[in-house]
Design a protein around this ligand. Structure first.
Ligand code: ZN
Ligand code: ZN
Length: 418
């Protein structure tokens, strides 16, 4: 047993702080109340600081080591694994106790985290994102042709697409979805439109046929999980929402009527502003391809503004960053980028309880309540009033706890007197 005493609790759900003692037993929270702590229990005195749920980033790529996808695909898998260990450790330092990888992370990485081989947030993974031939995560350059390319599964010893799998046709799509679910994916990601980082697919292209999308939706629903789609342009958003896709990544060029459609259908959207701002600022320096920078120009001034449509329609909006390669350390800029549209409370709610719901872990993480995992931050100050406390890479977060275990504790811990 361990108690956090004298804490002001933000529970992830309500826009207020409540004075309470929070009791942990093993990996879970067992009590949040103003009852005095029992004698003999180990106590961390929060000294009136804010205690809140660990942050959740719903859009990361643990294996996206190089911003240039034509270089990325030729790296050995051991390089991806070490990159992932490094970046996931940094994320935990910043207060992210859970992350959802939307393409790349696999059973092996999840297992390494389960076995405490690396310091990392808890990981939700989908294995590889599905792409049609020539789609957003088909990373082969236009000049690239090799007989092996015709096969769905690429061998990892000579050519390893670390993010995606290329698949075409309803039957093949079903097979790949089932295969990834067999390997423990807790959701399926597919690319429903063109993207920025790949060079050969127009941003406005609609990817996968309606029948292929219906097959994905049916397979995940049969398996009692959900799917999410990478999409930027409005037309592709409308198509995916109408076909029953459960979640959208980016949603960057959404129109007001489409946002209303998403709200009515209960389609979740995870905007990713950090990657857009970071690439606009540093992309050229770090070798982001020219074709990608041109596509970025299309969306970089729109992304923040379109959040207004989501907000006024009442869409369930998650919190994601999508940072890749050398810009990965800029994760915490996502808070500030949202603040011209959303309140501090709304942003903190998105990064905790709302994200938990979107990734299928409602009540397990993202909340401070009895029964939830003890994924806990203690913050120097009140982030509901001052969101900048979350933007400093964990500098104002003296305590980071994941599943009842301290990743960091800079506060005094002592036994409650008899
Ligand atoms: Zn994407
Ligand atoms: Zn992504």
């Amino acid at each position: 047993m361990l108690a956090f005493s004298n804490a002001k609790v933000f529970d992830g759900i309500n826009n207020r702080l409540t004075q309470a003692n929070v009791i942990i037993d093993g990996q879970r929270i067992v009590s949040v109340s103003d009852k005095p702590v029992d004698a003999g229990v180990e106590v961390v005195d929060c000294g009136g600081r804010t205690l809140m749920p660990g942050l959740i980033d719903a859009h990361i790529h643990a294996y996206f080591q190089d911003m240039n996808v034509s270089r990325l695909q030729h790296l050995p898998v051991t390089m991806y694994a070490h990159h992932a260990a490094n970046m996931l450790g940094d994320m935990l330092d910043r207060g992210f106790t859970s992350v959802r990888d939307t393409g790349g992370a696999d059973y092996g990485l999840w297992l390494a985290i389960q076995h405490n081989l690396i310091k990392a947030p808890r990981l939700f993974y989908c294995e590889k994102a599905l792409s049609q031939t020539g789609g957003h995560v088909d990373m082969r350059h236009q000049h690239h042709h090799h007989p092996h390319d015709d096969h769905v599964v690429l061998c990892g010893c000579c050519f390893a697409n670390p993010l995606g799998i290329v698949v075409d046709g309803v039957d093949s799509v079903r097979k790949v979805v089932r295969e990834q679910l067999r390997r423990g994916a807790s959701f399926i990601k597919f690319c429903g439109s063109g993207g920025v980082s790949t060079t050969s697919d127009p941003l406005d292209s609609i990817q996968f046929s309606n029948d292929e999308v219906r097959a994905i939706v049916e397979e995940v629903e049969n398996h009692l999980v959900y799917c999410t789609a990478h999409i930027h342009p409005d037309k592709a958003l409308k198509r995916a929402i109408s076909l029953g896709v459960h979640c959208i990544e980016h949603g960057t060029l959404i129109e007001a009527d489409t946002a209303r459609m998403a709200a009515e259908k209960g389609t979740n959207i995870v905007p990713t502003l950090a990657v857009i701002a970071a690439l606009a600022e540093h992309g050229e320096t770090f070798g982001y391809p020219k074709e990608s920078l041109e596509k970025l120009d299309r969306i970089k001034d729109e992304a923040v503004d379109r959040l207004r449509h989501m907000k006024s329609a009442g869409v369930r909006v998650g919190f994601g960053t999508d940072l890749i390669g050398a810009i990965q350390p800029m994760q915490c800029i996502e808070f500030g980028l949202r603040s011209s549209v959303f309140s501090n409370f709304e942003i903190l709610n998105q990064a905790t309880a709302v994200n938990a719901e979107i990734i299928g872990a409602k009540g397990e993480i993202g909340e401070i309540k009895p029964g939830a995992f003890a994924d806990i931050l203690v913050v120097d100050g009140n982030p509901l009033e001052n969101l900048k406390l979350m933007e400093d890479d964990g500098a104002h977060i003296p305590v980071v706890m994941k599943a009842g275990a301290f990743h960091r504790n800079r506060l005094v811990q002592e036994r409650a007197p008899n």
